[in-house]
Design a protein around this ligand. Structure first.
Ligand code: ZN
Length: 211
């Protein structure tokens, strides 16, 4: 069997420094990772759900560690940096803000850059409390914020068997992986099916080619 990698065409984009592999940028994967410390007198908010617990996560915003990992995965896949770049913790505008609002902004940013989300997979690492009862609401919140279906979002929780900072209950960590499709790289007819909106485009290669 012939490996398709040998068939990948490499073209130099006019005026651009980078080479783009033609037809290979349809799907883009991203990963995100975040950690927050557990402290007293803070709320525990995970994927927009306030979970009853004696401790909560410390941070500039509501410290929703799971949503922070999701946003970094999405921004990473789109090569748009990270949440620190878009929502710096030195900006008082983000003090105590619900991370779900920031997630909506990331969703809007992806839309403006003509990306659609294929799926998201999230792992929350916490020794306590038990998160299973809150999972359905977490999935619902994330799907709603990103305007995608619930079956495109998977959220799971695990412990680290008492080991490390999550095991000792000092903090909670979260990992997220996502897959995006770039509508810019899709043939016009297929992109139209996804409702690509060139009205919001800041000027891409396709716009230039269509002129
Ligand atoms: Zn964070």
């Amino acid at each position: 069997m012939q490996c398709f990698l040998f068939c990948v065409k490499v073209k130099k984009t006019k005026g651009a420094a980078a080479t783009r592999r033609e037809g290979t940028l349809l799907m883009r994967v991203g990963m995100g990772y975040d950690v927050h410390r557990l402290e007293q007198n803070r709320k525990l908010v995970l994927c927009g759900v306030e979970i009853p617990y004696e401790l909560g996560l410390l941070g500039h915003s509501d410290a929703d560690v799971a949503v922070h990992a999701v946003m970094d995965a999405l921004l990473g896949a789109a090569a748009l940096g990270d949440i620190g770049k878009h929502f710096p913790d030195t900006d008082s505008a983000y003090e105590g803000i619900s991370s779900m609002l920031l997630l909506q902004k990331v969703g809007d940013l992806l839309e403006a850059h003509q990306y659609v989300i294929d799926n998201l997979d999230v792992t929350i690492i916490a020794q306590r409390p038990k998160l299973l009862p809150y999972m359905p609401q977490m999935v619902k919140n994330v799907a709603e914020a990103l305007k995608i279906e619930e079956d495109q979002v998977n959220i799971k929780a695990t412990t680290e068997e008492g080991l490390g900072f999550t095991g000792s209950g000092e903090g909670i960590a979260a990992h997220a992986v996502c897959l995006l499709t770039s509508l810019m790289e899709l043939p016009q007819a297929e992109a139209d099916l996804f409702g690509r909106n060139c009205a919001v485009c800041k000027g891409c290669e396709r716009c230039v080619a269509d002129e």
